[in-house]
Design a protein around this ligand. Structure first.
Ligand code: HEC
Ligand code: HEC
Ligand code: HEC
Ligand code: HEC
Length: 209
């Protein structure tokens, strides 16, 4: 949706550039490009508007097309979106990460779980066909991991979930994110909440091994 708006805005700005540059005769831009440029060059007001609009369209391109990608996490093998699934479609986190309150590893869903829905929903979408390829060749989907803990730290989801700490407290706004971003958890982050909640602060007993 944002992309549609951005594209329409961009096209409108380009149309304005052409209309102003050609004083209302857009075909001139095609047939007499050179004299059009000199024409613009001689009229200072027109030239400033022209440059301003070009800068404006560059800004629109940057903010809507380049920035979101710079701001997103790593490209995943299948363009899976948490915003769409957990946000818009409101699928429960635990439907996919089923072991989060029962084991140390929350688990990334196997492709079977995706196909549970996608055998019926948009079954011929190119990204869904990739799921079939992984399924048929029995290859686990090579998802890029994004949340990191230093290796010597033990972390157990179960303990935290049982205390009703929300996923968002540690993982941020997953429901509003298409591609999750890299996060390396720092000790200060863990300690701050342990202190606030009166949880174990005994480093060696609790977190380090
Ligand atoms: C509970 C049902 C359900 C499950 C499970 C599910 N999806 Fe979806 N998925 C949907 C729905 C609903 C849509 C929106 C379809 C539409 O646009 O009409 C969707 C859309 C998509 C799209 C298309 C997005 C786009 O750009 O249009 C991709 C890719 C996708 N899912 C990947 C996955 C992957 C990978 C998994 C497994 C990790 C998965 N889905 C699991 C329901 C599900
Ligand atoms: C339809 C299935 C599905 C749902 C629902 C879902 N996830 Fe995921 N989740 C995935 C898949 C597939 C990946 C791996 C790809 C990725 O990182 O985007 C993943 C990755 C993650 C990761 C990153 C793991 C890592 O380090 O790489 C976190 C954290 C996570 N999900 C949290 C959540 C939370 C919190 C919710 C609920 C708000 C949720 N997920 C809902 C399928 C799902
Ligand atoms: C107290 C903080 C905290 C809470 C709350 C939390 N997580 Fe995590 N989560 C982490 C940390 C830390 C890691 C990285 C663990 C690692 O690398 O071993 C992680 C990793 C993950 C992963 C990736 C696991 C993998 O195998 O790569 C998934 C998926 C995930 N969390 C889902 C969830 C879901 C779903 C919830 C809510 C039901 C949740 N988490 C709540 C801290 C938390
Ligand atoms: C949002 C708050 C919060 C954050 C953030 C958090 N914790 Fe916790 N943690 C708790 C609470 C509350 C408990 C107590 C659970 C209980 O009593 O069963 C706990 C318990 C634990 C325990 C078990 C301690 C024991 O008594 O044996 C470990 C280990 C642990 N956390 C590690 C971590 C690590 C590592 C991080 C950082 C990646 C972290 N926690 C981040 C709230 C948090």
């Amino acid at each position: 949706m944002e992309f549609l708006i951005a594209t329409v805005t961009l096209l409108t700005i380009i149309l304005l550039i052409v209309l102003i540059g050609t004083r209302g005769r857009p075909m001139m831009a095609v047939s007499q490009f050179r004299s059009f440029l000199t024409g613009v060059n001689e009229n200072k007001v027109q030239l400033s508007i022209f440059i301003l609009l070009i800068l404006l369209s560059a800004a629109v391109i940057y903010y809507f097309f380049v920035m979101p990608d710079l701001d997103a996490g790593p490209v995943q093998p299948i363009s899976f979106s948490h915003r769409l699934h957990a946000g818009d479609k409101n699928i429960d986190c635990r439907f996919c990460h089923s072991y989060v309150d029962r084991s140390i590893h929350p688990g990334i869903p196997a492709v079977e779980k995706c196909l549970f829905c996608h055998n019926f929903i948009i079954a011929n979408h190119p990204e869904i066909l990739k799921e079939h390829a992984y399924f048929n060749s029995q290859t686990p989907t090579p998802w890029a991991k994004v949340f990191y803990l230093p290796e010597h730290v033990v972390f157990n989801h179960e303990r935290h979930i049982k205390k009703e700490i929300q996923c968002e407290a540690c993982h941020g706004n997953v429901k509003g994110t298409d591609r999750l971003k890299f996060v390396e958890f720092q000790m200060g982050f863990c300690v701050e909440c342990h202190r606030a909640k009166d949880a174990n602060l005994d480093c060696w007993l609790a977190c380090h091994n």
